[in-house]
Design a protein around this ligand. Structure first.
Ligand SMILES: [Zn+2]
Length: 300
C-alpha cells in the first residue's frame, strides 16, 4: 500500500516525536467547530478515519442555520418539493433541510453528536466582524463552547483555516473557537487546528492574521496533511475520496457544493499557537494514528 500522507517539514518533526515513543492519545476525541452545515467537508476524510477506523469520538458544532444557501438549490427543489431558489421560501425551509442533510452526512462520517446553534446565516461576506458584531449571538456561542470544552475535554478541535479570502463566517467560527480554547488553563487546552481542503499541487501557507493574534500558527506550513487518495482495499482500488464523495452527495440542497466532488485531494491542518502545552505531542500521536499502516494486512 502506498503511503500518501505527505511529509512536510512540520509533519516530519511530529512523526519523529511519535517514533520516539510519545504516546498517542487513543482513541482521539475531537470537536469540529464550523459555521455552516457542510463545512466539515474540509476534514471529512480525517474525521472518517478517526471515527470509523481508530475508534475515536468526533462531535460537531454548527453555528448557523444555513438559510442563505438557496441560490444553487434548483436541483433539490424536486427532491424536497419546495421552491428553494426563491429567497423567501429557501430561507424558510433550508434550516430544517440542511440540518437533516448534516445528520445524514454525519452518519457517514461517524459523527457522535451534532450541536446546532441556529445563528442567522445572513449572506456571503469576507468580513468576520459582520457575524461577530452583528448577526450572531456571540455570547451564547462562546458560553456554549466554554461549557462543551470543559465538559468533554477534547484532545483536538478542528476548525476552518481563517484565511482572509474564505467566508467571513468561517473566519468568525474559528476565531470564536480560538477564544474559547484560550479561556481554558493552558494545561486543559486541546490542540486546536485550522484546516483546509486543497489540491495536492497547491502551495498554501498561513501564519496568522493581522489584528487576530489568536490565529497565529506554530508554522506557516501545515502541521500535517491527510491525503484523501490514500489507497487501500482490493487491488488498492479504494480511497478516502469515496467517503468524501458520499458526504458531499448528502447535501443535495447545495448544488454548487456537488461540483467539489473529486476536486480537493488533501486535507491540510495548521496548529494554532494557543493550543495546550501538550499539543505538539498530541498532534504527533494523531499523525501516527492517521497513518493507515496496518490496513495492508487486514483488508486485502
Ligand atoms: Zn461554509
Amino acid at each position: 500500500m502506498k503511503l500518501r500522507l505527505l511529509r512536510c517539514a512540520q509533519l516530519t518533526l511530529l512523526t519523529a516525536l511519535a517514533a520516539q515513543g510519545f504516546a498517542a492519545i487513543r482513541p482521539p476525541k475531537v470537536l469540529l467547530v464550523v459555521a455552516h452545515s457542510d463545512d466539515e467537508y474540509n476534514f471529512a476524510a480525517t474525521t472518517y478515519r478517526i471515527t470509523r477506523e481508530l475508534g475515536g469520538a468526533v462531535d460537531e458544532v454548527v453555528i448557523t442555520d444555513g438559510e442563505s444557501g438557496y441560490r444553487y438549490s434548483l436541483l433539490a427543489e424536486k427532491i424536497y418539493g419546495v421552491q428553494l431558489t426563491s429567497e423567501e421560501v429557501g430561507r424558510a425551509h433550508l434550516p430544517a433541510i440542511r440540518k437533516q442533510e448534516t445528520l445524514r452526512a454525519g452518519r457517514i462520517l461517524g459523527i457522535r453528536h451534532h450541536y446546532f446553534l441556529n445563528q442567522k446565516d445572513e449572506a456571503f461576506t469576507l468580513d468576520p466582524e459582520s457575524a461577530l458584531h452583528g448577526s450572531w449571538d456571540t455570547k451564547l456561542i462562546s458560553a456554549f463552547l466554554d461549557h462543551l470544552l470543559t465538559r468533554q475535554r477534547y484532545d483536538f478541535v478542528f476548525t476552518l483555516l481563517p484565511s482572509e479570502d474564505t467566508h467571513g463566517h468561517h473566519q468568525a467560527a474559528t476565531l470564536l473557537a480560538l477564544e474559547a480554547v484560550a479561556r481554558l488553563q493552558t494545561s486543559e487546552r486541546p490542540a486546536i487546528l485550522g484546516a483546509e481542503a486543497v489540491e495536492h499541487d497547491q502551495t498554501v501557507r498561513f501564519s496568522g492574521r493581522p489584528g487576530y493574534p489568536l490565529a497565529e500558527t506554530i508554522a506557516n506550513a501545515p502541521a500535517f496533511i491527510f491525503d484523501r487518495r490514500t489507497s487501500f482495499g482490493y487491488h488498492d482500488a479504494l480511497s478516502y475520496a469515496i467517503v468524501v464523495n458520499w458526504m458531499i452527495a448528502e447535501y443535495k440542497s447545495q448544488g454548487l457544493f456537488q461540483t467539489d466532488i473529486g476536486k480537493h485531494d488533501q486535507e491540510w491542518f495548521w496548529l494554532f499557537q494557543v493550543s495546550g502545552v501538550r499539543a505538539s505531542l498530541a498532534t504527533a500521536g494523531l499523525v501516527e494514528d492517521l497513518l493507515p499502516r496496518t490496513r495492508s494486512s487486514t483488508h486485502r
